[in-house]
Write a protein that binds this ligand. Structure first.
Ligand code: AMP
Ligand code: MG
Length: 497
C-alpha cells in the first residue's frame, strides 16, 4: 500500500490573492534531467521543513519545476524599475516562478521561488532559464551573507536541469530555490504607480503592511510608516554591506527589496583591496554602482519608492510631497549613524567619543592609499594587543605605506585607553564583527569552475562550509583567508543572465 506523504511545503499564500494585474499565473516549465546538486539542510530546519525529505525524488521534482505541489499557486510577479537610472515600465519575473508562501512558527511568511524555471509573459527576449554557474554563485554568496548576519534572501537548493542554456557559449542549466521574506521590490510599487493604479498601490501597500509592518496598522499615517520602515531597513542594510566590502553591482530599483533583504545576486562581489571606486560588474561601465556610491544610490532608489507612494501619503500632492521629502531626507543620517556605529564596532570601540568618526575615516584613508585588504586589515587589527608587540607587523604587511599605518595605530591605541572594557573582551567582540573569510572572487570562481566544468562540487561544499562560519579563527595564511595572488585576481564579474 502506498501511503500519501505530507507535502514538504505547507503553503499559505497571500500574494496570489491580490488582483490578477499584479502577476501572471503559470506553472514552471518542466526540465528533462533534474538532479539535486546542493541542498540546504540547515535552512530547511530554520524554515520548519524536514531536511531528510529535501533530496527525495518527489521534492526534487518540485524544486526543478517538474511537479507543482499541492497548495502552491504558481505565478510570475509583475514589476517595473529604473535600470542604471533609465525607466523601464515593464519588467517582472522573466525567469522566476513564485510557488507560494510558507508560514514560520513565529508567524512570518517566506516566499518559495524557483529562479530559472522557464519563460513567463515577462521574459521579453530571454529564455527564462539560468545557467548553473550563476545559480551556484547566488547560492554561495547569499548563504555567506546570511552567515555574516546581513539580511538577505536565502538559498534552499540548486538543481541541475540536465538541459543546456545558450549564452556566449552553451552552458548547463540550473534552478535556484530562493527563499525571501517577500519578493516585493521598489519596482513593484513603481509598476502600479506608473499605471496611475492608486487602488492597486493601496492594496499592495496594505499587503506589505499586514505581512511585514503590522505595527503601522494602528498609526494615523500607515503608508508614511511603511516608507519610513523601508528607509530604515535599507539604510541599515547598505551600511552592513559597506562594513564587509560587499558590492551589489546592480542596484536597480527592481533589485531593491521592500523587506530590506539583499536580493538578486548577479555580478555582485566582495572587494579585496579597499577602494571606494571599486567596480567588478562588466556591465557597470560608468561605475554607477561602485562600492562607494552604494549609499547614495540607496537614497536615489528610496526617492523612487517615495514618488511611487505619493498618492497614498496625503490627499493633496503638495502635502504628499512634503511628507515624502521629510522621510527621504532622513535617510542620509540614518545611513551615517548605522555606518559609523558599525565602523566603531569594527575598531573595538564600545562607547562613542568625539573623534571616533575621524579615527575610522583616517584608517580607511590609509587603506585606500595603500590598497590594503579590507577584510584582513580589520581581522588583523582584531588580534592586536593594547600594547604594541610583534603582531603589529602582520597588520603593517598589508599596507604599502607602513609608517602611515603605524601612526594611525598609535592614535587607535590612545583611543582604546578610554575604553572601559577589558582588552580580551574587546578582541573577542572585534572578532565577532570582523570576519576572517568572505566569499573572495577568486575562491568563488575556482569552486564554480570545478562544479560546472568538471562536475565536482567538492570545492564548492568546502568553500561553503568555511563561509558559513566566517568569524572562526583560521590558521595564518589559510587559503580561504588570504587575498588572491596576482594571477588569481578577478577583474570583472558577469550577471550571466
Ligand atoms: P536582473 O538583471 O537579473 O535583475 O534581471 C532583470 C530583468 O530581466 C528581470 O525582469 C528578469 O526577470 C529578466 N531576466 C533576466 N534573465 C532572464 C532570462 N534568462 N530570461 C528571461 N528573463 C530574464
Ligand atoms: Mg532582478
Amino acid at each position: 500500500m502506498v501511503i500519501a506523504r505530507e507535502p514538504v511545503f505547507a503553503f499559505d499564500n497571500s500574494y496570489a490573492a491580490l488582483p490578477q494585474r499584479f502577476f501572471a499565473r503559470l506553472p514552471p516549465t518542466p526540465v528533462s534531467g533534474a538532479r539535486a546538486l546542493v541542498l540546504n539542510d540547515a535552512l530547511a530546519r530554520e524554515l520548519g521543513l524536514d531536511p531528510s525529505r529535501l533530496g527525495d525524488r518527489a521534492t526534487v521534482d518540485i524544486l526543478s519545476g517538474n511537479r507543482v505541489p499541492a497548495g502552491a499557486a504558481p505565478l510570475a510577479m509583475a514589476y517595473a524599475g529604473h535600470q542604471f537610472g533609465s525607466w523601464v515600465p515593464q519588467l517582472g519575473d522573466g525567469r522566476a516562478i513564485l510557488l507560494g508562501e510558507i508560514r514560520l512558527p513565529d508567524g512570518t511568511r517566506r516566499d518559495i521561488q524557483l529562479k530559472g524555471a522557464g519563460r513567463t509573459p515577462f521574459s521579453r527576449m530571454g529564455d527564462g532559464r539560468a545557467a548553473l554557474g550563476p545559480v551556484l554563485r547566488e547560492y554561495i554568496i547569499s548563504e555567506a551573507m546570511a552567515a555574516l548576519g546581513i539580511p538577505t534572501t536565502r538559498s534552499l537548493a540548486v538543481v541541475a536541469t540536465g538541459e543546456p542554456v545558450y549564452r556566449e557559449r552553451t552552458l548547463p542549466g540550473g534552478i535556484l530555490t530562493r527563499v525571501a521574506r517577500s519578493h516585493i521590490r521598489v519596482g513593484t510599487f513603481q509598476f502600479l504607480a506608473a499605471r496611475d493604479d492608486t487602488d492597486g498601490l493601496r492594496l499592495l501597500a496594505d499587503h506589505v503592511i499586514d505581512r511585514q509592518v503590522p505595527d503601522a496598522r494602528g498609526s494615523a499615517s500607515p503608508y508614511r510608516v511603511l516608507l519610513e520602515t523601508v528607509v530604515t531597513l535599507q539604510a541599515r542594510l547598505i551600511a552592513s554591506w559597506m562594513h564587509v566590502g560587499f558590492i551589489h553591482g546592480v542596484m536597480n530599483t527592481d533589485n531593491m527589496s521592500i523587506s530590506g533583504e539583499t536580493i538578486d545576486y548577479g555580478p555582485c562581489a566582495f572587494m579585496d583591496g579597499y577602494d571606494p571606486r571599486q567596480v567588478y560588474s562588466s556591465i557597470d561601465h560608468a561605475g554607477r554602482y561602485a562600492y562607494g556610491n552604494q549609499p547614495a544610490i540607496g537614497h536615489w532608489n528610496l526617492a523612487c519608492l517615495a514618488r511611487a507612494l505619493l498618492p497614498l501619503l496625503a490627499d493633496t500632492e503638495d502635502a504628499a510631497m512634503t511628507i515624502a521629502r521629510e522621510v527621504i531626507d532622513g535617510y542620509p543620517d540614518q545611513f551615517r549613524n548605522a555606518y559609523l556605529a558599525g565602523l566603531a564596532a569594527k575598531l573595538g570601540l564600545a562607547r562613542s567619543r568625539p573623534g571616533d568618526d575621524k579615527l575610522a575615516q583616517d584608517l580607511l584613508g590609509c587603506m585606500a592609499g595603500s590598497g590594503a585588504d579590507h577584510t584582513l586589515t580589520f581581522r588583523r587589527l582584531s588580534a592586536l594587543d593594547i600594547e604594541p608587540d610583534h603582531r603589529d607587523t602582520d597588520l603593517f604587511a598589508l599596507f604599502a605605506d607602513p609608517d602611515r599605518c603605524s601612526a594611525w595605530l598609535a592614535s587607535w591605541r590612545a583611543r582604546l585607553a578610554h575604553e572601559q572594557r577589558g582588552d580580551t573582551a574587546r578582541r573577542a567582540a572585534m572578532r565577532m564583527v570582523n570576519p576572517s573569510c568572505i566569499p573572495r572572487n577568486h575562491l568563488v570562481e575556482q569552486a564554480l569552475e570545478a562544479a560546472v566544468e568538471h562536475d565536482d562540487t567538492g570545492p564548492f561544499h568546502a568553500l561553503l562550509s568555511v563561509l558559513t562560519a566566517p568569524f572562526d579563527e583560521r590558521a595564518p595564511n589559510d587559503r580561504y583567508t588570504r587575498p588572491p595572488q596576482p594571477d588569481e585576481v578577478v577583474q570583472a564579474t558577469f550577471c550571466g543572465t
